[in-house]
Design a protein around this ligand. Structure first.
Ligand code: UD1
Length: 341
């Protein structure tokens, strides 16, 4: 009998990482997940086990720790790696750029060194639509040039992609997935996003306001050149994001070439404004949301949404959930963690 494919997931207790572990286990993969648990909770790992009814190996470990990574690779035989472990706060990255370069770029360098040493070739990398900055054309496709990054976080993702493009020469085969705006939670409400402190991102701010933790949501700007004046984004259910990683592993394993760097947009192709999202939240949950219009947030891109043609064809993937379902799942998760009914 053929052994199961064994996948290492770094940042496996994080928001997208944990949902991806669920998809991998459901698809029959063997999983080893690692996480520092510095910005995530062990309860999420328990949630993954409860959803799937499957055991998997979890270890507290830091990708920056070369010796620890070598031990993990020598104890296991991995067929592929999915690298989520990174910091993701745009604001924090502006205040502490070196922390972001060290953690986001440094951890990738350690990982690549260990992958080479143990001859593991296939890597799925967590990238972001932020690599495009404000694109000249929307929907944006993968051929759009990178503009100067708006933040050190964005720059760290651009640098990592450049490193991975070059690493192809040394036998690392990469699929880089450029996420648009992942939202929502697992439909079971057993895992979801756990923001630290006051959320920067829109949907956790919306759900926390609806739950009474924040008094009011501020919509940052209604004077953009968009239909209703608020920013346009491509919101995508986190389970759809997660399932694309399974397709990406299959894609890499089907390729004969030893030299691969492929980037795919991971979005729905539908541009939704911040105000439309707020209205949709009120409509699907029936909960009133206290919000006001405030000034623009510095560094915000006016409008960006994906051209998903390449990912749909190349990875044979498409988004299953719509905006209403995504918001409902985000709300179910918020209620669960706050003990609301
Ligand atoms: C940005 C990056 C994304 C990155 C993410 C990490 C872009 C286009 N996207 O997402 O790649 O992974 O940060 O955090 O650069 N908003 C409000 N009120 C709030 C919060 C947000 O109106 O309280 C608005 C924002 O102004 C923005 C939209 O909601 O227009 C989405 O914001 P957010 O959820 O923070 O994500 P992005 O900034 O799009």
């Amino acid at each position: 009998m053929k052994k199961k494919n064994h996948v290492l997931v770094t940042g496996g207790a994080g928001y997208i990482g944990s949902h991806t572990v669920v998809e991998l286990l459901n698809a029959g993969y063997e999983v080893t997940a690692i996480d520092t648990l510095e910005r995530s909770e062990i309860a999420i790992i328990e949630g993954v086990k409860s959803i799937t009814g499957k055991a998997f190996n979890f270890q507290k470990a830091d990708c920056l720790d070369l010796a620890a990574m070598q031990k993990i690779f020598s104890d296991n035989q991995f067929d592929a790696v999915i690298h989520f472990a990174a910091y993701k706060s745009v604001n924090e990255s502006v205040e502490r750029p070196l922390l972001y370069y060290k953690n986001n770029v440094g951890s990738l360098m350690v990982l690549l060194e260990v992958m080479k040493q143990f001859q593991v070739h296939d890597l799925i990398f967590s990238s972001s639509c932020t690599v495009y900055g404000q694109p000249d054309q929307i929907p944006v496709d993968e051929s759009a040039p990178f503009k100067k990054a708006e933040s050190p976080y964005g720059a760290s993702k651009q640098i990592c992609e450049r490193i991975l493009e070059d690493a192809a020469t040394e036998g690392i085969r990469t699929v880089s997935l450029r996420y648009f705006n992942p939202i929502g939670a697992h439909p079971s409400a057993q895992i979801g996003e756990l923001p630290i402190g006051v959320p920067n991102n829109l949907v956790p701010y919306v759900t926390q306001t609806a739950a009474g933790i924040r008094s009011q949501l501020t919509v940052f700007g209604n004077d953009y050149t968009t239909p209703d004046g608020s920013c346009l984004r491509d919101f995508i259910h986190v389970c759809d994001v997660a399932s694309a990683h399974v397709n990406a592993i299959k894609f890499l394993q089907d390729q004969k070439s030893e030299k691969i760097f492929e980037a795919f947009n991971l979005g729905t192709g539908v541009g939704v404004s911040v105000l439309e999202l707020v209205k949709m939240f009120i409509q699907v949950t029936g909960v009133n949301l206290n919000y006001k219009i405030g000034p623009r947030r510095p560094g915000d891109v006016e409008k960006v949404y994906a051209d998903p043609k390449r990912v749909m064809e190349g990875l044979k993937w498409k988004a299953k959930y719509d905006l209403g379902q995504s918001l409902l799942h985000a709300w179910e998760w918020e209620k669960k963690i706050r003990g609301l009914s």
